[in-house]
Design a protein around this ligand. Sequence first.
Ligand code: HEM
Length: 504
Amino acid sequence: MFLYVFAILVVFLSHFIWKNRYLFNTDFSKNFEEDASIPLMKNGIPFAMMNAEELFLEPRKFAAKFKRSARARLFFMNSYCIIRAKDAEKILSASSKHLTKGFVYNFLHPFIKTGLLTSDGEKWHQRRRMLTPAFHFNILKEFAEIFKEEADQLVFDLKRTVGKVVDMIPISTQFTLNTVCESAMGVNLTQLGNNGLEYRNNIYSIGKALVYRSVRPWLHIDFLYSLLGYKKQIDEILVPVHKFTQTIIDKRRKEFITKKTENVQEEQVDDNENIYMGTKKKRTAMMDTLLQAQSEGLIDDEGIIEETDTFTFEGHDTTSAGMTFTLLLLAHNPEVQEKIFQEIQEVTDGRDDLTTDDLNKMNYMERALKESLRIYPPVPYISRSLSEDVLHDGFLFKKGTLMEIFIYDIHRDPEVFPDPEKFDPDRFLSENSVGRSNFAFIAFSAGMRNCIGQRFAMLELKIMLTKVIKNFKILPVTKREELRFIADVVLRTNHPVKMRFEPR
Ligand code: HEM
């Protein structure tokens, strides 16, 4: 029996090593002279003993110790831990090269399969081409109407919290999930009769499971992951998550078919305005782009599901982190709040309506948002795998080397952002940005695989801030130094982020 189990293990281990052979390339090891003083990173075992909070802090310790990007062997895999803009630029600016994500993204496959975030090669190119128009300026203008309605609802909800301390996290996730579902997916969650609470809670469990797996090298082997019962656990968590997104697809598909039938006449009359659905009156959802593409045979059911899962997750969780930490920073910086309020008053001249033109003029607010995304980047870390050998900084990095890009630490380079923890929106004034690398602030990543939802997110955050600051003064409860972040796909704390809202 023991021999039998042993033989099976050897077969699966050999298969795993063969599948990932480029990671263990011996040739490459000869060329790979790791930075000597990080023995802990060598086999990754100590990582498996750490809790999520300690794991979050580990790259910070690395950054403090090395003060430069450095080569490391992580779980026996060769990697380059990037904490400086010039090194990130080498990888992210290489137009069509190094677009493949690091191995850790594979652990997201059971959740979002190979949608836009996790796919590569021709599949990624084709999907990016297909989906880019769904975030066109004209469509975002339509989405702005939804953002305003949702922000009004948020203000209404916050008014009921006056005099109380609130945890901002569930409020932000509810707001951003409603917003992305109604705009990009074209489905109103209230009408759907499902506010996505179970979905949002399960997203945390998925993040925890992903981190747990990624720091335990033996669980990288699918067979062992299954054998030890972890796959069953994650599959159970994923059932309601996938059910939620499937309900959204079903609802929009019904409406898409009905509206398409009704709009045939209009489509023939007013062709210029037929961006995706053949009408200029209706708000165009990204989901319609997918459904239209399916009717042209460009994507199948499986493709629609993976993109819906990808965008529902990426479109709400990141923006929600951006929202929570921006409000927290503003709570601690009342003078910045006041300046934003003055700017809103000047631009809107006391009007209640809010146009995209108005929002474009809110330059101080934009700088405050960027500064907040610099200090607390919602995606603190990304990873790529080199698609070919790269000579950089006098070293040869072989194909397959993992490029671990720590956005959180790049944003804290004291040479670029002196006194990095200080919240100072004026860092982003053009006169203060002279000579700064375009890769010094990469909250939305950069290059060809940058965030497709960047303008969507900034517009949503600007509208939310305008409405909240017009109505309230935000008062601090949780102190910045009390924040305890945990390792996850998105920046999270392991505790509530509390504040108070006082009417203006
Ligand atoms: C403040 C909010 C946001 C931040 C900070 C953010 C940040 C990022 C970052 C850093 C990446 C690169 C990920 C990587 O290389 O692994 C990314 C990719 C992506 N983001 Fe965002 N994001 C935000 C909002 C959004 C929104 C609102 C959407 C959709 C509505 C979205 C959809 C995506 C998608 C689909 C990708 C993958 C793009 C590709 O690989 O082609 N994001 N985002």
